[in-house]
Design a binder for this molecule. Structure first.
Ligand SMILES: *[C@@H]1O[C@H](CO)[C@@H](O)[C@H](O)[C@H]1NC(C)=O
Ligand SMILES: *[C@@H]1O[C@H](CO)[C@@H](O)[C@H](O)[C@H]1NC(C)=O
Ligand SMILES: *[C@@H]1O[C@H](CO)[C@@H](O)[C@H](O)[C@H]1NC(C)=O
Ligand SMILES: *[C@@H]1O[C@H](CO)[C@@H](O)[C@H](O)[C@H]1NC(C)=O
Length: 500
């Protein structure tokens, strides 16, 4: 879970998310409602009557939901006359009564749209656009067959195109276990990929023309352009599609057509190697070499990305990289560690990746520079001084993890200052702060989920505590935004007696 959140934040930093932007329009006429309103009382009953129904879980306060509403209604009105009709429904997931329903459908954000088939027996995420026209087109396709038949060369050209991943099953006849397994796969992955089937390989633009055995041919706009596969076990097929539809090296630059692959890259369970460099410079040898290495590690638990520095500011900030370090490789491992090779030379690529794979590279920890002076009442801690100032200091340390942009933290600053001044003569106590956006916090130390204050008691007891004092507030800054920690009782509330 934490890992998912972490990956999501990388995606945000790469600023790929939030592509949806439906046009603002208020005129939703309340008298005509094509979207069905469901709740806990009638959800199952209504859903069970539909072969295909889309459900939006929304919250009344959610801005994206409000934007979607008129588009969703418009789409519902168009689709009500589709043959067979496609039903669109909504559930107020904010309503206490519907919370359980929403949690059954793993609703974590708003709006969440699900496609329910077969009376609700199968559930898929809706991954289509958020404007009326787009919703209609996407749902028409989703409610049709999962795989379309290719009957002519023209069908094939239109269907396969040259800029997307398409999977075509080639069969001597449309029956048999292979065909059934292919159809099951197409059904399962239909919201992620396009599937087609044909009796005649000669219609297809690439690959062997005479195919006698059932064969899956995956077309892709990169690397070898197509791959054949003949193991029809459903799991093997799924794995083949996942692996073959990823480029050997995912390119990250400002070209939006690469972004779906970047998202897949970050969702992959592999360790993630990222080579960042300036694409404007002449550096083709790097690209070639990196590609060679990536090929060598195919199927060995590492995915590869090549990023242009001009598109990767967010990533640089997130990983704590500097522009004068390019070309560089950073590897993000599955346990959240980072490994860095700055100022990479061409012949380091293969050897350094091998060293990493063999476990011979030490993790890299992002840190601000150690401050030259540190004599304000509130001391500055950075990742590189965390051990010395917090864990090995033989003092009790109250440490604030803050973000420069955080309002609560700004409100807290003068209070923390005052507390620090009042303890200035207590040699056992240190009041300190650490910018949690600019410094890595080792995972096995403090569990920093958000911005907050931790207390490390080194005297008598080497342990960490969340600092969330209760009781009266010394400082009457009682706006809704103000921190409520009780500094009056600090450190008494955390004395050896109080916690043991
Ligand atoms: C489901 O029940 C709610 C009231 O509990 C009602 O407002 C809504 O119209 C019902 N939906 C349908 C489709 O009958
Ligand atoms: C179809 O898939 C099932 C489940 O994976 C498998 O047992 C069966 O052998 C497959 N059939 C063929 C022809 O591969
Ligand atoms: C990349 O290289 C170009 C041309 O050499 C240069 O103008 C640009 O500033 C460089 N970008 C970065 C982020 O260093
Ligand atoms: C700390 O000690 C200095 C020097 O003795 C004194 O001036 C100052 O008031 C003391 N501070 C506090 C908070 O007691």
């Amino acid at each position: 879970m934490a890992f998912r959140v972490f990956m999501l934040s990388i995606l945000l930093l790469f600023s790929l998310v939030a592509i949806s932007s439906a046009s603002e329009s208020d005129g939703a006429d309340s008298s005509t409602e094509f979207v069905l309103t469901l709740d806990q009382s009638n959800f199952s009953e209504i859903v069970s009557k539909h072969d295909f129904i889309v459900v939006e879980f929304y919250a009344p306060w959610c801005g994206h939901c409000k934007k979607l509403a008129p588009e969703y209604e418009k789409a519902a009105s168009v689709l009500s006359s589709h043959d067979p009709p496609i039903a669109l429904a909504k559930v107020d997931a904010n309503d206490e009564l519907n919370r359980e329903l929403a949690s059954n459908y793993e609703v974590k954000g708003f709006p969440t749209l699900k496609i329910l088939r077969d009376g609700g027996k199968t559930v898929e995420d809706y991954k289509g656009p958020r404007d009326a026209e787009g919703i209609v087109a996407y749902l028409k396709k989703q409610s049709g067959p999962a795989s379309v038949e290719i009957r002519s060369a023209e069908d094939a050209t239109n269907f396969i195109g040259d800029n997307r991943v398409v999977i075509v099953g080639i069969f001597p006849e449309f029956s048999g276990e292979e065909f059934i397994n292919f159809t099951a796969l197409a059904e399962k992955l239909r919201s992620d990929y396009e599937f087609g089937h044909t009796l005649d390989a000669k219609l297809l633009p690439r690959g062997e023309l005479s195919v006698t055995k059932p064969t899956i041919r995956l077309f892709k706009p990169f690397d070898e352009l197509f791959v054949d596969f003949q193991d029809f076990h459903v799991d093997a097929l799924g794995k083949f599609v996942e692996e073959s539809s990823m480029p050997t090296v995912t390119v990250y630059n400002k070209d939006p057509s690469n972004h779906p692959y970047v998202i897949k890259f970050f969702n992959s369970p592999n360790a993630k190697a990222m080579l960042f460099m300036n694409f404007s410079d002449e550096n083709d040898p790097y690209k070639t070499k990196y590609h060679e290495v990536a090929k060598e590690y195919k199927g060995k638990g590492i995915s590869f990305l090549l990023g242009d520095i001009d598109a990767s500011q967010g990533a640089f900030q997130f990983f704590g990289l500097k522009e004068d370090q390019v070309p560089l490789i950073v590897i993000q491992s599955n346990d959240g560690q980072k490994y860095l090779k700055p100022n990479l030379e061409l012949d380091h690529i293969a050897s350094w990746i091998k060293e990493f794979k063999d476990g011979n590279v030490l993790p890299f920890v992002k840190s601000e520079p150690i401050p030259a002076t540190n004599n304000e009442p509130v001391k500055i801690v950075v990742a590189d001084t965390l051990q010395e100032m917090v864990f090995n200091s033989e003092k009790n340390v109250l440490l604030e993890f803050y973000a420069p942009w955080c309002g609560h933290c700004k409100n807290l600053a003068p209070i923390l200052d005052e507390v620090a001044v009042s303890f200035e003569n207590d040699t056992d106590v240190v009041i300190a702060k650490l910018d949690a956006t600019a410094n890595d916090i080792p995972q096995d130390t403090f569990e920093v989920k958000g911005i907050g204050i931790k207390y490390r008691r080194n005297l008598h007891l080497r342990r960490n505590f969340d600092f969330a004092g209760e009781g009266k507030l010394c400082h009457q800054k009682k706006s809704s935004d103000s921190p409520t920690q009780d500094f009056c009782n600090f450190p008494a509330a955390y004395s050896p007696k109080a916690v043991s």
